[in-house]
Each structure stands twice: as structure tokens, then as C-alpha cells.
Write a new protein. Structure first.
Length: 209
């Protein structure tokens, strides 16, 4: 694990470690780095972790506080049968694709308690730009689209959600559920590509002396 990945897990731990009897839903297990960190807190706080992965990760750990669901996390008909409506934390780290993130976010939101925390991993595109430390055309684009999708969701739900972005490494979004309602997201009408702004970029006037 890269040092910044461990640092990110430490930050998540700091946010949730004092929630008593915490109930966590994790999307994406792989080798279990986040899973092990969550189980560690569950053991201290009398909590429970439910994790979903499309691959069979059932052997990653063995712990009575862990339930593993071997499924795609958008196979809602199957997965929902195993879930109760009382999660304190939702951790989204499965398929890093904006439409998928949106789909699972909207679906699992209703399983969260009021004041519940949603953490979405890998939403920052800065490390992937040309010449950046992880220079990668595809991930730069996909993370930017996910980042923008989150801004759209937040912009349509300011009274229902709070949103903070942590820019460490490939970043994570930290949201809090303030309301049971969740509105559909709308496109943000920013002025980046208006003719006026394009002209301003071309003829950017120099400040008068
Ligand atoms: C980035 S890794 C998870 C890393 C893990 N959370 C950690 O911190 O160590 C992504 C995982 O998501 C899983 N995955 C990808 N698409 C999925 C889907 N549609 N449903 C469930 N899991 C999926 C992959 O099999 C992979 O194990």
C-alpha cells in the first residue's frame, strides 16, 4: 500500500472511530485494506461491517463482525435482501465510473441513518494530469467526470447533504446525510464556455497601469 493510501485510511478512521456500535456498508474489498481498517474499528466499538465485491473476497478476513456479499453492488434485487436500513457509514470504492458511482450513491443513500457518512474514494483528477505524478489520460477524465457529478448532486441537494473533498492522493469525497430526501441532480449552468468568456480568454485584457 502506498503511504498516502495508508494516510487516507487513517483519515477515514479519525472521522468514524468514535461512533458506538457503528454499522458500515463497504462497496469494493479487493485485498481488504479498507476492510481490515473497518473491522478493527468494529471490534473496538461493537460494530458490524457488510462488504460487497463482484469478486470472491470472502477469504480476505475471517471475523464474526464481517458479512461478505459476493455480487455486483448494483444488483440491487439480490443485495438488498441482506441489508437493513441503519448504516452509519457508506464507503464507495468499487467501480470508479461516474454513472456507477451515481447509481450506487442514490440507491444506498436510503439505507443510511440521518447524519450518516458517505465516503467516496478516488474523486480527484489532479495527480493524473499530463506530467502529474500518476499521468494517466483515462483516469484523469473519469475522475473529473466523477468529481463533476458529485458537484451536480451536491448543488441540487444543499439542504440534504454536506460535501467536503479531501485532496490527498487521488482524493476522497466526504458527505453527510442531513435529510432523508435526495433530489435528482441537475446540470450546473456555469459560464466556462459562454461566448463572452471564450472571447475574454482570447483577448484577455491586460490590467491598465
Ligand atoms: C479499488 S478496489 C477496492 C479497494 C479496497 N476498498 C481497499 O481499500 O483496499 C475495487 C474493488 O471493487 C470491485 N468491483 C468493481 N466493480 C464492482 C461492482 N460493480 N460491484 C462490486 N464490486 C466491484 C473490484 O473487484 C475490486 O475488488
Amino acid at each position: 500500500m502506498k503511504p498516502y493510501e495508508q494516510e487516507k485510511l487513517n483519515k477515514i478512521k479519525e472521522i468514524i472511530f468514535n461512533i458506538p456500535k457503528l454499522n458500515i456498508l463497504e462497496l469494493g474489498v479487493q485485498k481488504g485494506n479498507s476492510t481490515k481498517m473497518f473491522i478493527n474499528i468494529c471490534e473496538k466499538n461493537d460494530g458490524h461491517l457488510t462488504s460487497i465485491d463482484i469478486d470472491d473476497c470472502s477469504k480476505v478476513i475471517k471475523n464474526p463482525r464481517w458479512t461478505f456479499i459476493h455480487s455486483s453492488d448494483d444488483n440491487f434485487e439480490y443485495v438488498d435482501k441482506y441489508l437493513k436500513f441503519n448504516f452509519d457509514v457508506l464507503f464507495i470504492d468499487s467501480l470508479h465510473e461516474p454513472n456507477h458511482v451515481r447509481k450506487v450513491f442514490y440507491h444506498y443513500f436510503k439505507f443510511l441513518k440521518l447524519n450518516g457518512i458517505i465516503i467516496i474514494d478516488d474523486v480527484v483528477w489532479l495527480p493524473y494530469v499530463k506530467g502529474g505524478e500518476k499521468d494517466n489520460d483515462f483516469v484523469e477524465r473519469i475522475n473529473r467526470l466523477t468529481f463533476n457529478k458529485l458537484l451536480e448532486i451536491y448543488n441540487s441537494n444543499k439542504e440534504n447533504l454536506s460535501l467536503n473533498i479531501d485532496f490527498l492522493g487521488s482524493g476522497m469525497a466526504i458527505l453527510r446525510k442531513k435529510n432523508n430526501q435526495l433530489n435528482e441532480e441537475n446540470k450546473i449552468k456555469n459560464r466556462l464556455f459562454t461566448i463572452k468568456n471564450i472571447l475574454k480568454n482570447i483577448y484577455s485584457p491586460k490590467p491598465k497601469k
